[in-house]
Write a protein that binds this ligand. Structure first.
Ligand SMILES: [Zn+2]
Length: 189
């Protein structure tokens, strides 16, 4: 007796395909799959061409959304794409995380260059603080995207980044000195 793995209908007259789908579900799923594949391919094309980081992340998220939808088929052993939606998702999440990480390094580098060129200690500290703020913000972004197992690696990577930036540390020290000075000799004007 044939039983459809998707709609659950069963009958001795029901014929199912290699994915255990009845003809009605097979055509519905095929249609859904074609729509999603079209959007995934479009997004991949945009990812290849864009130089805008926000667009890049947005398109990765679009693909991830559709992969999550395709995973419901995978859970019922219905084959859709190769690599499987869950494998593809894993690869893409890893890639996304790397991109965010690289972007942080790049953005922090830009700010630190500005800090080096800063004319006054105050402007240098401002830039150094901007870098710290950026790292803190983006690190949260990384965490929200990643599974617990990945948290540690990136946390360590970012902490290294933070501590390796001797520049940031030296400016924070300057800032601390400045604050101490202010606390000892408060200005009343
Ligand atoms: Zn069915």
């Amino acid at each position: 007796m044939g039983q459809c793995v998707w709609c659950g209908s069963k009958s001795i007259f029901l014929s199912v395909d290699k994915n255990s789908l009845c003809s009605k579900c097979r055509s519905l799923i095929n249609f859904d799959l074609q729509q999603r594949l079209r959007i995934i391919e479009e997004s991949q094309e945009i990812i290849k061409k864009t130089s805008n980081f926000k667009t890049l992340l947005h398109r990765i998220d679009t693909i991830l959304e559709h992969l999550q939808a395709l995973r419901t088929y995978e859970e019922k052993n219905i084959s859709t794409i190769t690599p499987s939606p869950s494998e593809f998702e894993k690869i893409l999440l890893h890639k996304k995380d790397e991109l965010i990480n690289d972007n942080i390094v790049q953005e922090v580098g830009k700010i630190m260059n500005k800090a080096r060129l800063g004319l006054t200690a105050k402007s240098k500290i401002n830039e150094a603080n901007k870098a710290i703020l950026l790292i803190t913000e983006k690190r949260n972004e990384l965490k929200s995207q990643e599974k617990i197992s990945n948290f540690r690696t990136h946390d360590i990577r970012l902490k290294k980044l933070l501590f390796n930036q001797a520049f940031i540390v030296s400016f924070l020290l300057q800032k601390a000195k400045f604050l101490c000075h202010w606390e000892q000799e408060p200005s009343f004007d």
